[in-house]
Write a protein that binds this ligand. Structure first.
Ligand SMILES: C[S@@+](CC[C@H](N)C(=O)[O-])C[C@H]1O[C@@H](n2cnc3c(N)ncnc32)[C@H](O)[C@@H]1O
Length: 469
């Protein structure tokens, strides 16, 4: 990572004016925008919304504030219902088509800043209950960003920081000559820090709700803020889910949360934010999930790297960097060659080895087109398809992936044991997150190595039996 980019990334931490105080990592949950915000549950009820009488807002272990059941709640119960006017969405004026999909968080964020600055905003009881600071890496010091030790995430963090710094200039230019009455933020200065606060509030709390039906019959996804519902923390085993209903009286959309399972007394309400890897959890939500089954590492498909890996693995005469024409054709079909190839492949997660990478390895290790032609691409991409091109081919492909893993592990400057000792010393909140993140990436690589080694052993024993017969 270029030093200049690191400086750029760290510079956001110098713009904290509108985010109020810096996060106190020793606090059990992030402070709210105002010290004693209005009661959010009462506000939702006053606005005609429904909140189950056994729900309360309370500290949720280490996850900040959350919604807790003060009593047992039966499965299927309605927990929260928000009428159409409570969610915070873009105003039509802002839907001007200039914005790309990547900017949706900023688009909704600007709306947030507008409401935050407006005296007497309808949403103030909601906004004042939001955390005043976020633990997402755009607010890490430059050193802690480096401490993530993982290039794809460093790239994303720097991209966001650059975007915010550029966007700050754009907003400043747009506001420069406005009269006080026309100022959308009530005359308040909008800088990279306040934009970062708004973007993080949105990325960590917005939900995508179905909107209009599109011409192709699919539903448009509309990101919006769902007050109170966004007090639910995440779990891959949620006990609640969001449903959308047409209101009986006015036909307008109603967003509800219903109990997916029976909820015991003192259990926190949990929604599933999505089957995401730790890069996205950290980047958007500011936390890392240990042993996340959806976590993966990203690699770039590269013939020369694969040659090095296969040589290290003792695989004979690989042709990764100089595939024969028939192999090249298959690589094109896999999107790994040709015009505008998609060279991003992953290891880990539910698939264990990216299907496209596995198919490429099987095909490139094979020396005979006839054997490959017997199988369709889906079979070649599948890890559960047992050695489609033969046991020797499969062992060579797996050994190459194992060597790739060893190379990837070697790119981390520290070992897991060193990381663990660092955590035991007691470190800042952001360093703890960065070190936990990299420990998880390394553990994941080790798990892939273990899994594939087990498969190689099993295949080798089959190979021996076949040779003896
Ligand atoms: C939608 S908000 C939930 C309410 C939030 N806990 C609060 O105090 O306002 C999402 C944020 O909650 C925290 N969070 C949610 N689920 C979590 C989990 N499983 N582990 C750690 N933090 C979690 C993260 O800070 C995340 O950005």
């Amino acid at each position: 990572m270029a030093a200049s980019k690191m400086v750029m990334a760290s510079s956001l931490t110098h713009f904290r004016r509108l985010t109020c105080a810096a996060t106190d990592s020793s606090a059990s949950y992030p402070a709210r925008l105002v010290p004693q915000p209005p009661d959010l549950i009462k506000w939702v009820r006053r606005q005609g919304g429904f909140v189950h009488h056994s729900l309360k807002i309370a500290q949720d272990s280490t996850n900040g504030l959350g919604l807790l059941a003060s009593d047992e709640i039966p499965k299927g119960s309605d927990l929260i219902a928000l009428p159409h006017h409570i969610p915070l969405r873009f105003s039509p004026l802002e839907s001007d088509g200039i914005w790309t999909e990547e900017l949706w968080a900023m688009k909704l964020g600007l709306r947030f800043l507008q409401e935050r600055a407006k005296v007497g905003s309808f949403w103030w009881p909601y906004i004042s209950n939001l955390p005043e600071a976020y633990s997402v890496p755009i607010f890490f010091a430059g050193e802690d960003i480096k401490n993530l030790q993982y290039a794809p995430l460093l790239y994303q963090v720097n991209k966001r920081c650059r975007f915010l710094l550029d966007f700050e200039q754009e907003v400043r230019r747009a506001l420069e000559d406005l009269k006080a009455n026309d100022h959308p933020f009530n005359g308040e200065d909008v800088d990279a820090s306040s934009l970062g606060w708004a973007m993080s509030a949105v990325s960590s709390r917005a939900f995508r709700v179905h909107g209009k039906t599109l011409p192709d019959g699919t539903k448009e996804d509309v990101p919006m803020m769902l007050p109170l519902i966004d007090m639910c923390n995440h779990s891959f085993e949620p006990n609640a889910r969001i449903v959308q209903e047409q209101g009986a009286e006015n036909g307008k959309m109603l967003v509800k949360v219903v109990a997916e399972t029976e909820i015991k007394q003192n259990d926190p309400l949990a929604l599933n934010y999505g089957c995401l890897n730790n890069d996205l959890f950290l980047l958007d939500y500011g936390f890392v999930i240990p042993s996340n089954p959806y976590d993966c590492i990203e690699l770039r498909y590269d013939g020369a790297l694969l040659d090095a890996a296969s040589m290290a693995a003792g695989v004979s005469s690989p042709s990764f960097s100089s595939p024969s024409p028939w192999q090249q054709l298959i690589l094109k079909q896999l999107g790994l060659d040709g015009e505008a190839p998609n060279l991003k492949v992953t290891l880990g997660g539910p698939e264990l080895v990216d299907g496209r990478l596995l198919a490429a390895l099987r095909v490139l290790v094979a020396n005979n087109l006839q054997a490959v032609e017997k199988h369709d691409l889906e079979t070649l991409k599948s890890l559960s398809a047992e050695a489609p091109l033969g046991v020797t081919n499969e062992i060579a492909a797996f050994r190459t992936v194992i060597a790739l893993c060893v190379i990837a592990l070697g790119h981390f400057p520290t070992k897991i044991m060193e990381d663990e000792s660092l955590l035991k010393e007691g470190v800042s909140g952001s360093l703890e997150l960065a070190v936990t993140f990299r420990i998880q990436k390394k553990s994941l690589i080790i798990d892939v190595i273990k899994d594939l080694t087990r498969r190689v052993k099993l295949l080798s024993s089959k190979e021996t039996v076949t040779a003896q017969e």
